[in-house]
Design a protein around this ligand. Structure first.
Ligand code: SF4
Length: 493
């Protein structure tokens, strides 16, 4: 199996996307799993979206809610804090991942040495599981896909479906091995039953739960989580202590904003009209649910993202994953190539900003700029525009001399020189035809190019330049059909 790279948030570096993608592109099983799963979700999404005559109006409303929230984020965050405390909750502010983990570690100590967790990309971002394990606390993932990832010592490859790169028989093999169930079948109900039995024991005996949050409601101080399996509801109601960790961008102003967001989120995420479980809770209520409730509000450079007017739209994201399912690059490589919990188009714009990756980082280039992500985004984030903006930041971040002599800059200047005159262009074509001859194989394709050009043929074969360009063909045809002055042949009508 290919090794899975990961962002080192401490060094603020991410692996180079092309090198990370290469071994994954050679894993036929993984590519087939990813293509199949994203295709199924895309089909379901298209069906439920087509039922909504006001879909575009809902997207506009979602965009307005998110833009308004981020413009007044300071006000809404303070409002959330006041209302949450008034309802009996505790609010903690974390500047970065390390601080968030420290807060959770202090709160999570308990006699069982264990906590249960609801799927949370924010805790993946902070590396909470590693921090807990290092402190001797065992985190138990209760979402089925996260459990698969955890038992397999794997990494999530999708925001909504973290184990999307695994198929049913791989999951059966994993459960059978790690849960000691040699007779386990591979029907969905067999796998669900195995997970249910395994998890039920944890739900009933663990006094602390950690969750993420889909939305934090400023008006009420409440938290909203949507999910499909009911594991979230168990974690939110059974333990004595609940700790929710959420990025500061998860705020929404009013309860009624959920009317829009809870329509667009499930349709975009899993192709469902409504999530099977929508949990909303505010503070604590004696005799009902956890006795202690904490919210950790995480910045981790989100305020830096907010300062960039051209990229701040990134924070509008409601983590539906629709852009991942639609992205032709993600569908080929899967999520691990992005080296971060946030894969696909949203990862290509969010990770570079959160991880403050240095010069030469490659994620904004992990896109064909086809715009499929923008088309499906329920809150209309213009991801292609942000990708171009971030590419600009990568280039302008290089020293001037490196910028001028970068192979890409030299190639662009040469192209500019060539395209300025038709004679230069046709001369380049003629030279190209001669230069390519040694590289054309018997199959008629170019399978390998030398030196820096080799990147073009590393993962695909190239069709050679044709023996005649369109312009040459057209000129030859015109000459052939032009009547000579002495010709007695009458032109056709
Ligand atoms: S960028 Fe848009 S489509 Fe992608 S995960 Fe975020 S909300 Fe969904």
């Amino acid at each position: 199996m290919a090794t899975i790279p990961n962002v080192d948030f401490k060094k603020r570096r991410a692996p180079d996307f092309p090198s990370a993608a290469l071994p994954l592109l050679q894993d036929a099983q993984l590519r087939s799993n990813v293509r199949h799963a994203t295709g199924v979700i895309q089909g379901k999404r298209a069906r439920v979206v087509s039922e909504m005559p006001d879909w575009q109006a809902l997207r506009d409303a979602g965009q307005r809610i998110r833009a308004h929230t981020l413009e007044h984020l300071d006000i809404y965050l303070e409002q959330f804090e006041q209302r949450c405390i008034a309802a009996g909750g505790h609010v903690h502010w974390a500047r970065d991942a390390a601080e968030a983990n420290r807060i959770v570690l202090q709160l999570a100590q308990n006699r069982t040495g264990r906590i249960i967790k609801i799927k949370s990309m924010t805790t993946e971002e902070t590396g909470l599981n590693r921090a807990l394990e290092a402190a001797g606390i065992r985190p138990v993932e209760t979402d089925l896909a996260e459990l698969i990832v955890q038992l397999g010592h794997d990494k999530p490859s999708h925001i909504v479906v973290p184990a999307l790169h695994k198929n049913r028989s791989q999951v059966r093999e994993l459960f059978s091995r790690t849960m000691n169930l040699p007779q386990l079948g591979d029907r969905p109900e067999d796998l669900a039953e195995a997970a249910r039995v395994y998890l039920r024991r944890q739900f009933l005996s663990t006094p602390v739960a950690v969750s993420g949050a889909n939305f934090l409601i400023a008006e009420t101080g409440g938290v909203c989580i949507v999910e499909s399996e009911g594991n979230g509801r168990m974690c939110l109601t059974l333990p004595k202590k609940l700790i929710s960790i959420a990025g500061i961008d998860k705020i929404i102003p009013r309860f009624r904003d959920l009317e829009v967001l809870l329509q667009v989120l499930p349709r975009s995420a899993t192709g469902e009209r409504m999530n099977p479980y929508n949990s909303l809770w505010t503070g604590v209520h004696p005799g009902d649910g956890p006795e202690e409730f904490h919210v950790v509000l995480l910045d981790n450079r989100r305020t830096e993202v907010l300062r960039d007017p051209e990229a701040r739209e990134t924070l509008h994201c409601i983590r539906c994953g629709a852009c991942q399912n639609a992205c032709p690059v993600y569908r080929q490589t899967g999520g691990h190539a992005y080296g971060s919990v946030y894969a696909g188009p949203i990862g290509a714009i969010l990770t570079p900003q959160l991880a403050m990756m240095e010069r030469g980082q490659s994620l904004p280039y992990a896109s064909s700029l086809c715009g499929a992500c923008y088309e499906v985004c329920p809150v209309k984030i213009n991801i292609p525009e942000i990708l171009i903006h971030l590419r600009g930041r990568v280039v302008t971040g290089r020293p001037k001399v490196l910028r001028a002599f970068h192979p890409e800059a030299i190639a662009m200047r040469a192209m500019q020189w060539m395209f300025l005159r038709a004679t230069r262009f046709s001369m380049a074509q003629r030279l190209g035809r001669i230069a390519q001859r040694p590289w054309i194989r018997q199959s008629g394709w170019i399978e390998r190019l030398p030196t820096v050009l080799g990147g073009w043929t590393r993962t695909r074969d190239l069709r050679p330049l044709p023996p005649q360009s369109f312009r040459e063909w057209f000129q030859a045809r015109s000459h052939a059909s032009m009547p000579s002055q002495n010709s007695s042949e009458a032109p056709h009508d």
